[in-house]
Design a protein around this ligand. Structure first.
Ligand SMILES: *[C@@H]1O[C@H](CO)[C@@H](O)[C@H](O)[C@H]1NC(C)=O
Ligand SMILES: *[C@@H]1O[C@H](CO)[C@@H](O)[C@H](O)[C@H]1NC(C)=O
Length: 641
């Protein structure tokens, strides 16, 4: 009996674990507890693009709040804002929630992906109805045809691309029509599965629960849409603190709601090595915080698939040669010499940027054997089209003060007290790792963080703009951005003065606030424009030079070298307990910036983001609260001059 009970419990928890997003209804006020339905004294009227709460007795064209948001303004409920033409009807059209039909027309290779996305869309729509239905006295003018009015969704995909690359066409067209036979039909057309999935996301944002009719409602629509940047990412660290697989799934699900397409996974760091490498199990054995805090190979493979189904690539980072340490301690005992050096060395300020210290022993040949094992496994598991090899915050003093490395320099005829010698070793390491990766995974650009190396001109750093994409983590005003653009590098922006989500709050070493305080508000995130940053480094002479017909077009505008951006959550002070509130709604602000590069600023986006954030909460993401609910019920009432 006990055993049986135990198995049941296991089954339940496994099922919950598979569920990407926890249903949040039970925690919301939307569950109707009243024994007799309420006559609600308010309606909403659309006035100059704002939904204004109005007493029923005074309303001339009153709607439910959901109906008003759906039809008021130009795509109020859409997030991120579409970049193409939008036409929306002015009247909410109700339909029965019990049957939504999805018909897929797609090449064989992607049909499964499209069908799964269609099934999730149906679930999303079905879940819009609160358990128990409406809490309002149902409208007496309830449409008699409602019960038979269905929504049929036809999804057409042209190409069979089943993986995301920098060249993937993510555009889509969506229209919703009301047929003569009084049915609702939605058409989504896209070149790729990825575009079609975005179209389904948009469709779900054009549907709301209709509590006056206990039904769903939508509007007639015609939307054309495509993203501005191909890399729309979050950077998430799982080394300083572990994030559960459920937390990663929820994050990927939330990214999909925002059409973010890349989870840049900073898997390992000095603090812990939480991923199982089946070819070298000692890494996780020695490096994980506990045997439970490990991503097994099977889990990672499943996550890669889970993400793909949601239009998200998992972009792995193996940060090196700094930001390594725990996980590599077994080398000497195993007869392979020290694989890392300076591990836990004190006082830490002299050897690294944060405790504990650790850096690769780049003169140890055995290190490269282990690296190869990891890289082969990363290729097999992630099948990445983009790979990140870290490269940040190397401390030359760590190598210089390591007798084994200093002796190596001397042996080669160098001066072991000269920093430049260690710089040379780093450059050689960088070239060797790049060659190793491309020989394993095939020719592809790899990503590096900005560092002392990227600050140097390419002929000195020997970094080739055709081989490397640089991810910027310095400020958006750093001259290095201009220098890199001028040399022809493609960039991903993560400038910490706007896109570091860990900034603000208590310090984790010492007193006061943490290093990159203040907190980056969603407004700061939203208003950080890669295009403006690129243009700010473009002098008129750059433009003139580019007018020569011999110059390739991409040289003429620095912003075309921006692949996109990534907001980073370093997890010294984050784990499953605060993951959602750190990432959202700021990740949504980022998503609109990267999808649309809007001309307008955060102030113009505020009402829409408040609405979108509520939708995210309803779908199971604990996005942080932005305003009193009153402001959502009374657009425009919460302002300051
Ligand atoms: C909607 O899209 C379908 C499929 O492309 C097309 O046949 C139909 O004419 C479109 N309707 C409107 C109103 O644009
Ligand atoms: C390896 O590191 C340990 C700890 O720092 C040190 O005591 C030892 O001498 C190192 N081994 C070599 C061969 O340098």
């Amino acid at each position: 009996m006990r055993a049986v009970l135990y198995i049941c419990l296991l089954a339940v928890s496994a099922a919950n674990d598979m569920e990407p997003l926890t249903k949040a209804w039970a925690r919301r006020e939307d569950v109707c507890k009243l024994t007799s339905p309420l006559t609600f004294p308010w309606m909403w009227e659309c006035k100059k693009g704002a939904c204004v709460r109005t007493p029923v007795s005074e309303a001339t064209n009153g709607m439910t709040l959901g109906g008003c948001k759906l039809t008021c303004g130009k795509g109020f409920t859409l997030w991120p804002k579409p970049t193409g033409a939008i036409t929306l009807g002015k009247t909410p059209l109700s339909f029965t929630y019990s049957q939504v039909i999805v018909i897929v027309d797609a090449p064989q290779d992607v049909r499964g992906l499209v069908e799964k996305a269609g099934n999730r869309l149906k679930e999303t729509l079905r879940d819009m109805r609160p358990p128990g239905g409406s809490c309002l006295k149902l409208s007496s003018a309830r449409d008699a045809n409602l019960a038979t009015r269905q929504l049929t969704i036809r999804v057409t995909v042209e190409r069979s691309d089943a993986s995301l690359t920098l060249k993937t066409d993510e555009s889509y067209k969506l229209n919703i029509t009301h047929t003569d036979a009084d049915q609702l039909e939605a058409h989504i057309e896209a070149k790729t599965f990825f575009g079609a999935r975005h179209g389904m996301e948009t469709l779900s944002q054009l549907v709301a629960y209709d509590d006056a009719n206990d039904a769903l409602m939508t509007v007639t629509a015609d939307v054309r849409d495509a993203p501005v940047y191909p890399v729309r990412a979050l950077t998430l660290d799982t080394s300083r603190n572990f994030i559960s697989v459920a937390g990663l799934r929820r994050t990927i699900g939330a990214m999909a709601m925002n059409k973010l397409n890349t989870l840049h996974w900073h898997i390992t760091d000095t603090h812990s090595f939480p991923i199982e490498i089946t070819g070298e199990p000692r890494l996780a054995q020695y490096g994980a915080y506990s045997p439970r805090e490990v991503y097994t190979r099977a889990e990672v493979e499943e996550l890669v698939q889970f993400a793909l189904e949601r239009g998200v690539r998992l972009l792995p980072e193996l940060d090196m040669p700094a930001h390594v340490g725990y996980g590599w301690q077994w080398g000497e005992k195993a007869g392979m010499g020290n694989l890392t050096v300076c591990l836990g060395k004190e006082p830490w300020q002299e050897f690294c940027v944060e405790p504990p210290c650790g850096q690769m022993n780049i003169i140890n040949e055995n290190l490269y054997k282990v690296l190869k094992t990891i890289l082969v496994e990363y290729r097999d598991v992630f099948k990445p089209d983009l790979f990140h090899i870290g490269g940040d915050e190397i401390n030359l003093n760590c190598w210089k003060t390591t007798p084994e490395i200093a002796a190596f320099v001397k042996e080669k005829g160098g001066d072991p007290t000269d920093d430049e010698e260690y710089m040379k070793l780093w450059i050689q390491f960088q070239e060797r790792v790049y060659d190793m990766w491309t020989s394993i995974a095939g020719e592809q650009k790899t990503i590096l963080w900005t560092s002392h190396l990227t600050q140097r001109p390419a002929e000195e750093s020997r970094l080739d703009p055709s081989k490397y994409i640089i991810q910027i983590w310095t400020t958006g005003k750093d001259q290095q951005i201009g220098d890199l653009l001028k040399q022809g590098y493609e960039l991903i922006l993560s400038n910490y003065d706007a896109w570091y989500l860990d900034c603000g709050g208590s310090a984790w070493v010492g007193k006061g606030n943490n290093w990159c305080s203040p907190y980056k508000s969603w407004q700061t995130v939203y208003d950080n424009s890669p295009r403006e940053i690129a243009h700010s480094f473009q002098s008129s002479s750059d433009t003139v030079a580019s007018r020569r017909p011999s110059q390739p077009l991409r040289q003429s505008d620095f912003s075309t070298q921006i692949l996109g951006g990534s907001a980073a959550l370093w997890t010294e002070q984050a784990d499953d307990a605060n993951l959602d509130t750190k990432l959202w709604p700021r990740g949504a602000a980022l998503a609109e910036r990267l999808w649309a590069e809007p001309e307008t600023d955060s102030l113009a986006a505020q009402w829409r983001l408040v609405h979108h954030r509520r939708r995210m909460v309803a779908r199971g993401v604990q996005a942080e609260t932005m305003q009193p609910k009153y402001c959502h019920q009374y657009d425009g009432s919460c302002y300051i001059n």
